[in-house]
Design a protein around this ligand. Structure first.
Ligand code: ADP
Ligand code: ADP
Ligand code: ZN
Length: 216
C-alpha cells in the first residue's frame, strides 16, 4: 500500500506516520527527515538543502524526486510506504505518478490532514524528538509518560529542529498554501483524496486515519 499524508507543516503527518508504521509495518518515508540526515552528514544534497530549509523554502523538485525514487527501491518498502512530506509541488506529484507506473506500483490513497493555520505555530514551536529513536513529542500536547525519558526507547536526549521557530513557520506556511495545497484538487480529481480532521486530538486523528485505511 502506498499512501500520502498531506497537510501543512505541523498538521501531524509525522506523528501519524510513526503510528501507522508501528501498527502496519509500512515504512514511513519522511523527506524532511531524509534531508536533515543529509545536512548532518554533509553530503552534496545536504549542502544544497541546508540554506533552503533554514529559509523555510522548498528544495528542488529534481532532488526530492530522486531521493524518493531511490528510497522506494529499497527492500523495506516491499509492503508499501507512507509518504510524509512528499509530494509538495505539482511537479513532484506528476513525477511520483510517473515513477510509480515505472515501478509497477500504485498510489492507494491521499489523506488530507485538515488544520487551521492558527494552531500550527504552537504545534511547531513546541515540537521535539528523541535524539536516539526519533519518536516525536510536544511540550504541551504529547509529553512522554515520564518527564525527560522517551516512551519508546528510554532515551534521555532530545532535539529540536533549527527551522521550528515562529519566523520560519510563516514562510513554510506560505510555501504550503502556494505550492502544496494545489495538490488537493489534483488528487480529488483522481478520486483518491480522503480527509481527516487534523484539529482533533492525536488519538482521534489516528482513529479517523485507520477508518480511511480500512475503507480502501
Ligand atoms: P508534521 O509532520 O505534519 O509537521 P508533527 O506530526 O511533527 O507534524 O506534529 C507537530 C507537533 O504537533 C508535534 O510536536 C506533535 O506532537 C504535535 N501534534 C501532532 N498532532 C497533533 C494533534 N492532533 N493535536 C495536538 N498536537 C499535535
Ligand atoms: P514539516 O514536518 O514541518 O512539514 P518537513 O520535515 O516535512 O517539515 O520538511 C522540512 C523542510 O524540508 C521543508 O521546509 C523543506 O525545506 C524541505 N522539504 C521536505 N520535503 C520536501 C519536498 N518534498 N520538497 C521540497 N522541500 C522539502
Ligand atoms: Zn526514543
Amino acid at each position: 500500500m502506498i499512501l500520502i499524508l498531506l497537510g501543512a507543516p505541523g498538521a501531524g503527518k509525522g506523528t501519524q506516520a510513526q503510528r501507522l508504521q508501528d501498527k502496519h509495518g509500512i515504512v514511513q518515508l519522511s523527506t524532511g527527515d531524509m534531508l536533515r540526515a543529509a545536512v548532518k552528514a554533509g553530503t552534496e544534497i545536504g549542502l544544497k538543502a541546508k540554506a533552503v530549509m533554514e529559509r523555510g523554502e522548498l528544495v528542488s523538485d529534481d532532488i526530492m524526486t530522486g531521493i524518493i525514487s531511490d528510497r522506494l527501491d529499497q527492500p523495506d518498502c516491499e509492503k508499501g510506504a507512507i509518504l510524509d512530506g512528499f509530494p509538495r509541488t505539482e511537479a513532484q506529484a506528476e513525477a511520483l505518478d510517473k515513477m510509480l507506473a515505472e515501478k509497477n506500483l500504485s498510489l492507494n490513497v491521499v489523506i488530507e490532514m485538515k488544520t487551521d493555520d492558527e494552531v500550527l505555530v504552537e504545534r511547531i514551536t513546541g515540537r521535539y524528538t528523541c535524539a536516539n529513536c526519533g519518536a516525536g513529542y510536544h511540550d504541551t500536547f504529547l509529553k512522554p509518560a515520564k518527564e525527560g525519558v522517551c516512551d519508546k526507547c528510554g532515551g534521555t536526549e532530545f532535539s529540536r529542529r533549527s527551522d521550528d521557530k515562529a519566523e520560519t513557520v510563516k514562510s513554510r506556511l506560505e510555501a504550503y498554501h502556494k505550492q502544496t495545497a494545489p495538490l488537493l484538487p489534483y488528487y480529488r480529481e483522481k478520486g483518491i483524496l480522503k480527509q481527516v480532521d487534523g484539529m482533533a486530538e492525536i488519538d482521534e486523528v489516528t482513529r479517523q486515519i485507520e477508518g480511511v485505511i480500512s475503507s480502501i
